[in-house]
Write a protein that binds this ligand. Sequence first.
Ligand code: UGA
Length: 435
Amino acid sequence: MRIAMIGTGYVGLVSGACFSEFGMSVTCVDSDASKIERLKQGEIPIYEPGLNQLVAGNANSGRLRFATDLKAAVADADAVFLAVGTPSRRGDGHADLSFVYAAVQEIAHALSGYAVVITKSTVPVGTGDTIDRMIREIRPDADYDVASNPEFLREGSAINDFMRPDRVVIGVDSERAKEVMRRIYRVLYLIETPIVFTDRVTAELTKYAANAFLATKITFINEIADLCEAVGADVHDVARGIGLDGRIGRKFLHAGPGFGGSCFPKDTLALVQTARDAGAALRIVETVVDINTERKRRMAAKIIDACGGAVAGKAIGLLGVTFKPNTDDMRDAPSLEIVPALQAAGAIVRAFDPAGMAEGKKLLADVTWCNDAYTAIDGADALVLLTEWNEFRALDLTRTRSLLRRPIFIDLRNVYNPGQMAAAGFIYESIGRPA
Ligand code: UGA
């Protein structure tokens, strides 16, 4: 089985490396020659635990290759995966498909012999039909099928999510394409992973519905956390108390500063647009988008309140700027709203992040970037824990307390225990838990 993976971004690189680990022969293609050159040297452009070794191992064995020549890779392939970026289009929230369509044109010209063209990046409902029509128009003679195989991996645990998924969703409309997809995922059949075969449009919609549901679950618990604060209840126990009901489930019930990242914000917006275009209302998801945007802003107000209502001239130590741990990704991170709002109120922000500072320096102005957590804490009037990196879960509290000018600790990820923090001498604020 020969696979061409078009696009070496997050999804493309992880999927390509994992398919080669499954024993397929994979060529990862990108038009960016310098990126391909760096990948050939073993340099991985993204931060993802374990990816380095996986790429190196499979590249050495010859199963994983990197190339700029799309034509040769596609001509040779049984399956062509599209994993190019689909950013939000400015203004209307729709996904920008220009990279997808440009790649499809090239693929159409290069097809030779039967191949399945599969969308792996998240594409709007109906994109598979458009791709099918485009290829047919360009190459009426070509022998191909178009399939949808959305990816459900999370940054930071992408390899495990790919190798041991809860399920695989595949939208195909021919028995021949189905057989190719079965062969590609043969390894997962062995570990009894459920494979959901459906039609293309349904597969495309399933991806958005999954992300919108998860975003809704987070937003629900965030609102319950606000209510907990108002009535003196504990959101941690509420989440546990409801989550142990198998119909609800315990995962994705951690209250926090609002969801960020490259997927939930973009995909919820795109789904709302899809629904509007189709004349259907998706009012829950529309509301989730609004609440989450507003929540990130409100977090700055929460910090200012915890500092006694004013932060002008005060130093705020900030631990974590990425949208979640184990990634260097800052896309739609809560920090991008919170830091400028604190600065606008006159605060001096001193920040540390284990992997996000290179990106943070580009996106956040006037921040004092520190080499470690304790340097960020040193002399601060308040400490904000914004991303729950493991190293922030085990701070030396005595040292932290003594380095802070005032012992104000605002934990926006509920990492610490309120009772212990009070006993350690902190004025401790968290999300949805009594102080
Ligand atoms: C998300 C989905 O979890 C993946 O299944 C999906 O494949 C991916 O989007 C995608 O569409 O490509 P990801 O964005 O990497 O993955 O990150 P998550 O771990 O889902 O976290 C997203 C955001 O939700 C983060 O800001 C995180 O802090 C927040 N979150 C998550 C909470 O605030 N509370 C929770 O309980 C869980």
